[in-house]
Design a protein around this ligand. Structure first.
Ligand SMILES: [Ca+2]
Length: 347
């Protein structure tokens, strides 16, 4: 993607594309085009450079495209808390032509992350769902927005702080963004925030399989913000089960299982459950067994013939907001949960 060619320097600190997602919403940039960036948060007085990135990842002065300061007409309202501004930069020199990715001689379906590695999810897998969110709109043959309804819907639990609005579900250069904003909204009562969620209820449901998503979580150095979740759910809780492949529960990213007996088991994910940035969260659901994977590595497993259901479950990704003393981590808005892809395999 063209936007991966960009590098941003803010006050002499170099941020990679992932890090600057919360400063800027990059658009594809090509030679001769005007590039438009929307600044969602910016330190007052920051200087922004836009530059091309060389093949060795370095940045050079010659490649500098624009230099802007937090003044005059180029940056408006560059406050530290949620100011919005538009920056226009003209490309002075053409970007290098990307090297085309060689086309494999035979079509190879992606395999689960970590496949073939020690403790990886080995075996024979058939790809059943593969959404990379490459289109300009959500594929509604697979997904619906919100939670049990169309348009603006109430959240899952009455205590939650955000309504779900389809407008908060944005596809952006191959990334699905579930955006949280401060906006008082009515959905069976007025809630102070608005957020995004997608699910496959009545469209795709699975009994058993390997479920994987690459997700960007917003986190501080010691807590995941809000209550992001990537999970599976049956139609009648808890009899038909719930598989929480990843949820930021009270600031800690965890995997949790539920079944006919209620609670199953759970694990902290990663380093003490704190992992801002991009990670791959996956679970294998097999007869009598649940296995949790984090970045392609086996994290833990749970076996129970009575508490692991075979009932079909649908997929859900939601940027939930809950009071911190209920389910959520520290409240942060604006914020977002980003998804690069969702894949499902079955044996
Ligand atoms: Ca993608």
């Amino acid at each position: 993607m063209m936007n991966m060619l960009m590098f941003i320097v803010v006050n002499q600190q170099v941020f990679n594309y992932e890090k600057i997602r919360h400063f800027l919403k990059p658009k594809p940039v090509r030679s001769g085009m005007t590039a438009t960036f929307v600044i969602t948060a910016m330190v007052s007085g920051a200087i922004i450079y836009m530059a091309t990135r060389a093949a060795d990842q370095s940045i050079s002065a010659e490649a500098e495209l624009a230099r802007l300061s937090g003044s005059a007409t180029t940056v408006n309202d560059a406050g530290a808390s949620g100011g919005r501004a538009v920056v226009f930069g003209n490309l002075a020199t053409p970007l290098p032509t990307p090297t085309p990715t060689p086309t494999p001689s035979t079509s190879i379906s992606p395999l689960p992350f970590g496949y073939g590695a020690a403790n990886g999810p080995n075996g024979t897998w058939n790809l059943k769902l593969n959404d990379n969110f490459d289109g300009s709109t959500l594929d509604t043959s697979i997904w619906s927005t919100g939670w049990h309804g169309s348009g603006i819907t109430p959240p899952n639990q009455s205590q939650e702080l955000a309504c779900y609005d389809p407008n908060q579900v944005v596809l952006d250069n191959g990334i699905l963004r579930l955006k949280i904003d401060v906006k008082a909204t009515n959905c069976n009562g007025t809630r102070p925030y608005i957020s995004g969620a997608i699910n496959t209820e009545n469209k795709r449901a699975y009994s058993y399989g390997y479920f994987e998503a690459r997700i960007w979580l917003d986190a501080s150095s010691n807590a995941v913000y809000n209550w992001p979740a990537w999970w599976l759910n049956g139609d009648s809780w808890p009899t038909t089960g719930e598989v929480d492949i990843m949820e930021g529960l009270s600031g800690t990213a965890r995997a949790n299982w539920h079944g006919p007996e209620g609670n199953g088991a759970g694990y902290e994910l990663g380093n003490g459950g704190v992992m801002g940035g991009w990670h791959v969260f996956a679970a294998e659901w097999a007869p009598g067994k649940m296995v949790s994977y984090y970045d392609g590595k086996l994290l833990g497993s749970y076996s129970s013939n009575s508490n692991v259901t075979s009932a079909p479950q649908y997929l859900i990704l939601m940027a939930q907001m809950s009071p911190q003393d209920r389910y959520g981590g520290p409240i942060k808005a604006p914020s977002e949960m980003d998804i690069d892809y969702v894949r499902v395999w079955q044996r």
